[in-house]
Design a protein around this ligand. Structure first.
Ligand SMILES: [Zn+2]
Length: 471
């Protein structure tokens, strides 16, 4: 390695981060060492047990060295905790740590953590909790390698969200829900979200980043323009004498979110197409805090992360909820899930070695652009996270890609959203013109069945009918 050790000694942060990650320094910094024991990812939450001061078994410098040498790094452990207080009883969460990419193959395990903050009732939140994961997985081709599976995941999340929304609409109920849906496979974290339940990442560099985007009309001008262009009206609530109060809402319906699952009575321009972000943590690990807006209306991302740093996940979740209540009182349903991604050989997350960016780590974990839509983000700047994918467009044809997984010669096509096989004449390609003739040129995927094409047109305001409930 060709970095300059001599000059770096003048820079305490660089020195500490690379060469002096032993336990003594960490203890001087005053971190708590709380042991939970080595619990595999698929066990239940363990009892909190405060152990004696104990140094991490593998220093960060060793882990970085392993990565540089291309050595195989063992799978991380997950430890997690959940806490919440109900005001209306419309928050739901999902914790599933026994998923497998290949059935009966434990080496292909992954975990899912999600929060569903319902409104106007609970049916959309419950329906989504029960069906979304299966709908996402059904959109990933079988027999793929791990890397292919992770690459297919962002698109499958879009398909799964839209399919779940269509299925819920068919129930004829009017409630809606936010969704923040987190898939963790080893060091790779993929987050898909609609609405305003956030997921933040507290990296081992000590920098807190948002992995979701708030789909609130009040705060998102791009979404306001999209909703208006698709036929929605955006404005505030009018009370006596025309005084406007509260946040910007979409009318009819009065919803302040621009994306959700459900909300059949509000309008199709309230779309279920998620913002998706995929990152790969360094093998120093990190902490995710997933929570409903009851937390985020009271605490900033930094405040939430700092309020529980150094504590085990179960206690951390309780502390974040307590901190939110202390500053704001119980005004809304408040739910928090904390997930620690911990390097094998450690009992807790290694404490952050430094507070400010360091050049060496940036060189090691350089940013990989897989997507031209990648937004500027400080995550890669601090060098502890590799950004793999980010896309938030509400246009389905920008999200489903062009390659079709099925053989065009068969004459049978699988809908890219609902995964139903149909002869090609019954559907339209996302990329085709309205009068596209299959005979004139090769079929350009992805194919949508008539029902999903109808949904796509409605979401884009091309069917300006009143919202209807299909029974
Ligand atoms: Zn379909």
């Amino acid at each position: 390695m060709g970095f300059n050790v001599g000059s770096s000694l003048l820079d305490p942060s660089l020195t500490v981060s690379v060469f002096a990650l032993h336990s003594k320094l960490m203890d001087v910094r005053g971190f708590w060492h709380l042991g939970l024991g080595n619990v595999p990812t698929d066990t239940k939450m363990s009892q909190i047990e405060v152990s004696a001061m104990k140094s991490p078994l593998t220093p960060l410098a060793t882990l970085i060295g392993r990565e540089l040498r291309g050595e195989k790094v063992e799978k991380p452990y997950l430890k997690y905790g959940q806490a919440g207080l109900a005001k209306k009883g419309e928050d739901y969460f999902l914790i599933k740590t026994d998923c497998q990419r290949i059935h009966s193959d434990p080496s292909t395990s992954f975990s899912v953590f999600a929060i569903f903050d319902g409104h106007n009732g609970i049916s959309a939140a419950i329906f989504t909790k029960e069906n979304l994961l299966a709908n996402v997985l059904s959109a990933i081709p079988q027999g793929t390698s791990r890397d292919e599976w992770l690459q297919a995941l962002p698109r499958a999340l879009v398909a799964g969200f839209v399919k779940t929304d269509i299925e819920f609409q068919q129930k004829g109920e009017t409630s809606g829900t936010t969704v923040t849906f987190v898939v963790i496979d080893d060091w790779t974290v993929t987050v898909a979200s609609v609405g305003d339940s956030r997921c933040i990442l507290d990296t081992q560099g000590g920098v807190v980043s948002l992995l979701t985007v708030d789909h609130r009309l009040e705060e998102n001008e791009e979404e306001r323009e999209r909703v208006t262009a698709s036929g929605g009206e955006v404005g505030r609530l009018n009370i006596f004498g025309g005084n406007e109060v509260g946040p910007l809402r979409c009318w009819p319906g009065g919803l302040c979110l621009s994306r959700s699952i459900g909300d059949t009575d509000v309008g199709e321009y309230i779309v279920p197409i998620p913002h998706v972000k995929q990152v790969k943590l360094s093998n120093a690990g990190g902490r995710l805090i997933i929570a409903s807006d009851g937390i985020w209306d009271a605490l900033s991302s930094d405040m939430a992360a700092k309020s529980c740093r150094g504590l085990p996940a179960e206690l951390a979740a309780k502390l974040v909820v307590k901190e939110a209540l202390r500053s704001r009182g119980l005004k809304d349903d408040t739910t928090c899930v904390v997930v620690d991604i911990i390097p094998s050989g450690h009992t807790v997350l290694p404490p952050p070695p430094i507070k400010k960016p360091n050049m060496l780590a940036s060189l090691i974990f350089g940013k990989k652009n897989q997507n031209s839509m990648n937004k500027t983000n400080k995550l890669s700047a601090i060098g502890v996270v590799e950004e793999l994918f980010e896309e938030g467009s509400a246009m389905l044809d920008e999200r489903l890609g062009k390659d079709s997984p099925l053989n065009a010669n068969s004459g049978i096509f699988r809908c890219a959203v609902c995964q139903v096989d149909q002869p090609q004449v019954e559907g339209l390609s996302v990329n085709s013109a309205p009068f596209f003739s299959p005979a004139s040129k090769p079929w350009e995927g992805p194919f949508l069945c008539a029902k999903c094409q109808n949904k796509k047109d409605a979401m884009e305001g091309k069917r300006l009918t009143r919202p209807t409930v299909v029974l």
